[in-house]
Write a protein that binds this ligand. Structure first.
Ligand code: UGA
Length: 440
């Protein structure tokens, strides 16, 4: 089989590489010439563990290629995956911006040669698939085609695993012919007994938003529980464990922290709120979650300032982790973007290190002293703040930290340390939802 993937961004690239690994011929199309040239040289525009090797082996096997020429790629394809960005536009009232998607649909329409399945991988509001269908049909009444919704559930940092071992695949279409093409494309997963759920277009589109929103809700819930635990002197990790053992609740996405970030949860929760309002069904829980998460990220700087005795003016703060989560270089909506500027505004100088995110971070926060490693970051700082739970921050040498830091203050917004270990080493340790704000 042969497919074209329009948009060699994060989703398009991972999906294209994984489909080629399934033995399908894949051409990834992007209008960004620099990105295509980079990919043709085997270099990745994003950091994702395992992606470079997967692209390399499949490109060498002749199953994966990159081009700016949409026409040729689409004309040859049995299915065309559209995986362009659908960012949330503030000037669009929180709605997803679908201009790139509709533009791609128009270009695809012009290039079609015979029956083709046009698959929407981008996250799109309910009803978008039908719009794409009418855009294409308006141009090409001569060609039979089906539009399918096939949302992705990949997590940055484990995207390849999520693609090849998904919990489920969701396919939204009314057409049996399109279903058969999708069955063939996902044959590898079908053979592994991955649940493949067939729905109509709208249901599939909504499943994607509902899934991300529900996960955001779990995080917001445990963050609120963490606040309560701090007040009553209990441990939120025990509470999360205790409720997570109930299989109806589950353990996942119950880690409290500084608020969720990334390119998906903040955008998708907001887009769902607006879609629902447009339909006259306000989603009060989700609206609250969106507000809570925004204010949580802002409140975090206050916690750091409080841990530093009420003021950071003239002090140096060492920050470990800048990305919205580990194993990515993605800074989008990262809590660090709220926390660090607030500390600077309060008079702090910030030194920081992130294993992959510093190139991106430099563009947005130039006024940080970027350091080559974790220990260098701590030198002479009056407090150490952990913002992202990269593995390499999980077992820092506490003795070395004592010698490097000017004040023995650690603020761990990801709960990656055992409070008693850090406090026994003489540190004042502040974390999330566990009573630990004192020196032993
Ligand atoms: C998320 C979903 O998990 C994917 O299933 C989905 O495909 C993707 O969005 C998307 O729509 O493209 P991702 O944004 O890569 O994936 O990252 P997550 O691992 O979900 O984390 C999102 C945020 O929630 C991060 O800031 C993370 O630190 C935070 N989080 C996550 C918590 O604070 N606590 C948790 O227990 C879990």
């Amino acid at each position: 089989m042969r497919i074209a993937v329009i948009g060699a961004g994060y989703v398009g690239l991972v999906s294209g590489a994984c489909f080629s690994e399934f033995g399908i011929d894949v051409v990834c199309v992007d209008r960004d010439e620099n990105k295509v040239a980079l990919l043709q040289r085997g270099q990745m525009p994003v950091y994702e563990p395992g992606l470079a090797a997967l692209v390399k082996s499949n490109a060498e096997a002749g199953r994966l290629s990159f081009t700016t020429a949409l026409h040729g790629a689409v004309a040859e394809a049995e299915a065309v995956f559209i995986a362009v960005g659908t960012p949330c536009r503030c000037d669009n009232n929180g709605h997803a911006d679908l201009s790139d998607l509709f533009e791609a649909a128009r270009e695809v329409a012009e290039a079609l040669r015979g029956y083709t399945v046009v698959v929407i991988k981008s996250t799109v509001p309910v009803g978008t698939g039908r719009k794409v269908e009418s855009i294409i049909r308006a141009t090409r009444q001569d060609i039979p085609l089906d539009v399918v919704s096939n949302p992705e559930f990949l997590r940055e940092g484990s995207a390849i695993h999520d693609f090849v071992r998904p919990d489920r695949v969701v396919v939204g279409t009314d057409s049996e012919r399109a279903r058969e093409v999708m069955r063939q494309l996902y044959r590898m997963l079908y053979l592994r007994e991955t649940p493949i759920l067939f729905t109509n277009l709208e249901t599939s589109e909504l499943i994607k938003y509902a899934a991300n929103t529900f996960l955001s809700l779990k995080i917001a819930f445990i963050n609120e529980m963490a606040d309560l635990c701090e007040r009553i002197g209990t441990d939120v990790c025990d509470v999360a464990h205790g409720i997570g053992l109930d299989s109806r609740i589950g353990h996942k996405f119950l880690h409290p922290g500084p608020g969720y970030g990334g390119s998906c949860f903040p955008k998708d929760t907001l887009a769902l709120v607006h879609t629902a309002r447009d339909h006259g069904v306000p989603l009060r829980i989700v609206e609250t979650v969106v507000d809570m998460n925004k204010s949580r990220k802002k409140e975090m700087a206050g916690r750091i300032i409080a841990a530093c005795g009420g003021s950071v003016s003239g002090k140096t703060i060492a920050v470990l982790g800048l990305t919205f989560k580990p194993n990515t270089d993605d800074m989008r909506e990262s809590p660090s973007l709220d926390i660090i500027p607030a500390l600077q505004k309060a008079g702090a100088a910030v030194r920081a290190f992130d294993p992959e995110g510093m190139n991106e971070a430099r563009k947005i926060m130039p006024d940080i002293l970027y350091c080559p490693n974790a220990y260098e970051t701590m030198k002479g700082a009056e407090a150490l703040v952990i913002l992202t739970e990269w593995n390499e921050f999980r077992s820092l040498d506490l003795g070395r930290m004592r010698r490097l830091l000017k004040e023995l203050i650690v603020v761990d917004l990801r709960n990656i340390y055992d409070p008693s270990d850090v406090m026994q080493a003489g540190f004042q340790y502040t974390c999330i939802g566990r009573s630990s704000n004192k020196t032993l």
